[in-house]
Design a protein around this ligand. Structure first.
Ligand SMILES: [Zn+2]
Length: 415
C-alpha cells in the first residue's frame, strides 16, 4: 500500500508513505513524476496523517449496559459501583451479552480512529466471566485493533473475598496489566498493602501496572504518592500508569509541590478521563463546584505523560460516550485551561503518543520508517484544526491493513 500526498506534522512538503509487511517501509517527499507500479494507492490530498489513536483507559466489559438493572439517579461514582454490584449479583453478566456490548464499543472506538485499547476487566467475580470474555475478544479483533486487558478489582483486593487469589488467577490466565483501586480498600493501610501486592504481582509476571488511583473527591486520598515511591524503588519507571487521580485536583499547593518532583522521577504516566470525571465528581459541594479532574496542565508542564481517555461508554458510571478520542481531548484541554499554542498545536499527542507511551507501545508506534504501519488520515491539516473542527477519520490503517475509509463530508449549500 502507498499513501501519496500525506501531510506530516513538522514537515513542510507533502509525503508518500509506503507500507510493506505491516510496517512503514519508507516516507519520502511526494514524487509526482514516478508513477509506482503494483502498489495500491490512496491519495491523502494534503490531509493530516497521524498514528492511530490509543484509548488508554476504558471498561469494555461495562459498555452499553446503562439503565440495567437501573439508571444512576445520583450521578455519583458510588451509586454506579452499587448498580454494578447488583447487576453481578442478579446474574445479568452473561458472557454473550458482555462480548456483544464490548464488540460494539470496540467498533465505535475504531471508527473514531483508535487502533490500540487498554481495557480494564472486572475480576471481582469468582468466575472471572468478564476477564474470559475480554481475553477472547482481544484475540478475535487483533487483526484490526490491539487490546491490552487489565486485571481490575472493581470491589477491591483486600476488601473482596479471595481478592488476591483472583488477581493472581487473572494474570495467570493471560491478563496483560495489573490493576487496582487502593482508595476503595477498607483502610489506608489496606490500600497501601494492595499497592504492594499489585507491584509484586506485576514484577512476577513482568507486566505493567495501571491503577485506578484516588478517583474520589477526598483531598486526603494520597495513593498517587505511594505509586510514585513504589515505581522508583522497584526500578519500574515507564511501566506504571496512574488512572484518574481525581483527588490531586483537591491537593493543597504545598503537598503538590512535594509530590510533583516524585512523579517526574518515577516516570509514571497519567490516564485521565475528563468527560467521565466531570460527570461523576464534585457533586454536592455547593458553589464553587470542584470539577474532579487531576491538575493535568501542571503534570503536562513538567513533561509527565498525560493521556485523555474515555473510561466508559453508556454504563452506570457515564450515560453517554462513543469512544471518540477527539471529544475527550477537547474536554480535557478545556477543563485543564490548556487552549494555548504550546498544547493546541500538539494536542493529538494526548490521544496518540502519550497513551502509546503509557501502554508501552513506543518502540513500534509512530510515523517513522520501520514502525508499525498503524496510521490515520484525518480530515484536517493541523492539530489545531483537528481540535477545532473534530474532523472525520478518512482512512484507518492497522499494522499495514486498511481498516476502513470514508469520504470527507460534502455540504451542498442551496443559497
Ligand atoms: Zn476506569
Amino acid at each position: 500500500m502507498r499513501v501519496i500526498n500525506a501531510r506530516l506534522r513538522d514537515h513542510i512538503g507533502l509525503c508518500d508513505i509506503v507500507v510493506a509487511n505491516e510496517k512503514i517501509s519508507s516516507i519520502k517527499e511526494h514524487d509526482s513524476e514516478t508513477v509506482p507500479v503494483g502498489d495500491e494507492i490512496y491519495d491523502a490530498k494534503g490531509y493530516l496523517t497521524v498514528p492511530q489513536f490509543c484509548e488508554n483507559h476504558i471498561h469494555l466489559d461495562y459498555a452499553n449496559t446503562a439503565g440495567v438493572p437501573r439508571d444512576n439517579q445520583s450521578g455519583t461514582l458510588f451509586e454506579a459501583i452499587e448498580i454494578w454490584r447488583d447487576r453481578k449479583e442478579a446474574g445479568l453478566t452473561r458472557p454473550e451479552e458482555i462480548k456483544h456490548n464490548a464488540l460494539l464499543a470496540v467498533r465505535s472506538c475504531v471508527e473514531h480512529g483508535v487502533g490500540f485499547i487498554r481495557s480494564h476487566a472486572d475480576v471481582t467475580d469468582p468466575d472471572l466471566i468478564a476477564l474470559k470474555v475480554l481475553l477472547e475478544l482481544r484475540d478475535e479483533v487483533k487483526e484490526w485493533c490491539e487490546i491490552q486487558v487489565v486485571a481490575f478489582p472493581q470491589n477491591g483486593i483486600i476488601a473482596f473475598p479471595h481478592g488476591k487469589e483472583l488477581m493472581e488467577k487473572a494474570m495467570s490466565m493471560g491478563a496483560d496489566v495489573v490493576g487496582g483501586i487502593p482508595h476503595l480498600e477498607p483502610t489506608y493501610e489496606d490500600g497501601v498493602e494492595s499497592l504492594k501486592f499489585i507491584f509484586d504481582l506485576a514484577q512476577k509476571h513482568n507486566a505493567m501496572v495501571d491503577v485506578h488511583c484516588d478517583e474520589i473527591d477526598d483531598p486526603e486520598s494520597r495513593f498517587v504518592d505511594i505509586m510514585a515511591a513504589e515505581t522508583t524503588k522497584r526500578g519500574m519507571q515507564g511501566r506504571v500508569t496512574v488512572s484518574h487521580a481525581v483527588a490531586m485536583g483537591y491537593y493543597p499547593p504545598g503537598y503538590l509541590a512535594r509530590l510533583l518532583p516524585k512523579l517526574v522521577e518515577s516516570e509514571v504516566g497519567f490516564a485521565v478521563a475528563p468527560r467521565e470525571n466531570l460527570q461523576l465528581q464534585g457533586r454536592d459541594f455547593g458553589a464553587p463546584t470542584p470539577r474532579g479532574v487531576a491538575p493535568i496542565r501542571m503534570l503536562a508542564d513538567r513533561g509527565i505523560s498525560v493521556a485523555f481517555s474515555q473510561d466508559s461508554i453508556c454504563d452506570p458510571w457515564y450515560p453517554i460516550g462513543d469512544g471518540n478520542p477527539m471529544l475527550n481531548m477537547d474536554s480535557g484541554l478545556h477543563v485543564g485551561h490548556m487552549l494555548t499554542a504550546q498544547y493546541i498545536d500538539r494536542c493529538l499527542d494526548f490521544i496518540s503518543y502519550n497513551p502509546a507511551a503509557n501502554m508501552g507501545l513506543q518502540d513500534r508506534y509512530g510515523l517513522d520508517e520501520g514502525k508499525s504501519a498503524s496510521f490515520l488520515i484525518l480530515g484536517a491539516t493541523t492539530d489545531r484544526e483537528a481540535l477545532r473542527i473534530q474532523p472525520r477519520v478518512l482512512l484507518s490503517v492497522h499494522k499495514g491493513k486498511e481498516v476502513f475509509r470514508q469520504a470527507a463530508p460534502v455540504i451542498e449549500w442551496k443559497t
